[in-house]
Design a protein around this ligand. Structure first.
Ligand code: F6P
Length: 379
């Protein structure tokens, strides 16, 4: 019997999404003769029952195209703005899934999407997810598609910043995406030869960064590149966040917990304030001029790298195989070069941070890169 599947892309877009849609659909159509519809703009399109039929023509020529042909949004099924009010639209979504006689729904997304997909799975839908994000922060997978492309863009930016920082004898603080993990900043920092790399996993001390920069100046290097992850924070800020998080856990009142949660998310979002403030502090403490560069959404745009196309195609094709086998409730993860199904409830809600002692951290330290926690360059 022909299987009917729905597919959607949710959360921030990411290079490789179209390659993944193509991977799922080409295998589902060609190998298994399935019937596919693509919902537009993430969970919102599913809630509003806006979709397009997907045949081979639709996925032809999209492999190298950035963004997502389906459109995306950050809407969550259980918290969606409808009619000017935030509402739980889960029932409407479940209804549309059944109205379209779907056998499975494929959700392509990052950490937030895994959580939303799990909620739908708990409502009885057959769900399969794929891990997409430039942040590489999804649990239980060795990588996510989008990361490699963003890594290349951020590395290229650091390369370019070197010559101007060098010519003007300046510090340049470059803000790199990554949400609350430092994979992108650490990877690009190492690949681009940044002098200081700041990541959320290691709260920084401004004085130790100044010392590292002044040591370079004494060694004749009057410029420094600081690769700063958007989630990086000073020791003081990180302590304040931990204290607020503990308070939130202890709060018995639901309203108070919600208030602290909203406050915390505001603090997390103020990355550019932190970038600017660090740049100003370093200018003052080192006597060097300092500039900031915010790479922002440039890191998510454009054509996916070859590595991302391979990951997306591999996971997409494996996803079609799993649907054929009726193997649902899983994320198709990457283990080495192999696609493997991982139970969704082991992935959702778990952020993959850089563990202490990770080889990239050790490498950076061995190269004399300052990670903001007191280690210093020796050259
Ligand atoms: O999760 C991907 C990501 O690009 C993060 O690195 C960044 O913090 C966030 O999305 C930006 O989101 P938006 O596109 O909604 O501004």
């Amino acid at each position: 019997m022909t299987k009917h599947i729905g597919i959607l892309t949710a959360g921030g877009d990411s290079p490789g999404l179209n390659a993944a849609i193509r991977g799922v659909c080409k295998a589902a159509l060609g190998k298994y003769g399935m019937d596919i519809i693509g919902f537009r703009d993430g969970f919102r399109g599913l809630m509003e029952n806006r979709f397009m039929r997907i045949d081979n023509d639709v996925v032809s020529g999209v492999l190298s195209v950035g963004g997502t042909i389906l459109g995306t949004s950050r809407d969550k099924p259980h918290r969606m703005m409808v009619g000017g009010k935030q509402q739980d639209m889960t029932d409407a979504i479940v209804e549309n899934y059944h109205a379209n006689h779907l056998d499975a729904l494929v959700c392509l997304g990052g950490g937030g999407t895994q959580k939303n997909a799990l909620r739908l799975m708990e409502k009885g839908l057959n769900i399969i997810t794929l891990p997409k994000t430039i942040d590489r922060d999804v649990a239980k997978t060795d990588s996510t598609f989008g990361f490699d492309t963003a890594l290349g863009i951020a590395t290229d930016a650091i390369d370019r910043l070197h010559s101007t920082a060098h010519s003007h004898h300046r510090i340049i603080v470059v803000e790199i995406m990554g949400h609350r993990t430092g994979w992108l900043a650490l990877g690009a920092g190492i690949a681009g030869g940044a002098d200081v790399i700041l990541i959320p996993e290691i709260p920084y001390d401004v004085e130790s960064i100044s010392r590292a920069i002044l040591t370079r100046v004494r060694g004749g290097k009057k410029f420094s590149i600081v690769a700063m992850s958007e989630g990086a924070m000073s020791v003081e800020e990180a302590n304040a966040i931990s204290a607020a998080e503990e308070k939130k856990e202890r709060a018995e009142d639901k309203v108070e917990r919600k208030r602290i949660k909203a406050e915390l998310s505001q603090i997390h979002r103020k990355y550019t304030d932190r970038t600017l403030s660090l740049s100003n502090s370093l200018e003052e403490s080192t006597g060097l001029e300092s500039r900031i560069t915010i790479l922002g959404h440039l890191q998510r745009g454009g054509t996916p790298s070859a590595a991302d196309r391979i990951i997306a195609s591999t996971l997409g094709a494996a996803c079609a195989d799993l649907i054929h086998q009726g193997h649902y409730g899983v994320m198709v993860a990457l283990s080495g070069n192999k696609p493997i199904p991982v139970p969704l409830d082991e992935v959702a809600g778990v952020r993959r941070v850089i563990p202490p002692g990770h080889p990239w951290i050790e490498t950076a330290r061995s190269l004399g890169v300052c990670l903001g926690d007191g280690s210093r360059r020796t050259d």
